[in-house]
Write a protein that binds this ligand. Structure first.
Ligand SMILES: [Zn+2]
Length: 72
């Protein structure tokens, strides 16, 4: 999750990890991702590095606790 201040309306909002991943995919190859503000609907430029960092901190470590092949 990442706290973002909108460039356009100056209001704050947070993007969830899932949303951040989508923004990164859309910004593939670029230095900035366009993050849509829920208040005004405009896009704010957020540094891809910042998003990468936010995801690194919030993503749980890859473990093998999930059942991989549940019996039917
Ligand atoms: Zn806004």
């Amino acid at each position: 999750m990442l706290a973002i201040a909108c460039d356009k309306c100056r209001r704050r909002f947070t993007a969830t990890d899932e949303e951040l991943r989508v923004f990164l995919q859309q910004a593939e190859g670029k230095k900035f991702a366009l993050v849509l503000c829920p208040h005004c609907g405009k896009g704010s430029k957020i540094a891809a590095d910042r998003i990468h960092q936010a995801l690194r901190f919030s993503t749980p470590p890859a473990g093998s606790e999930e059942p991989t092949n549940p019996a039917t």
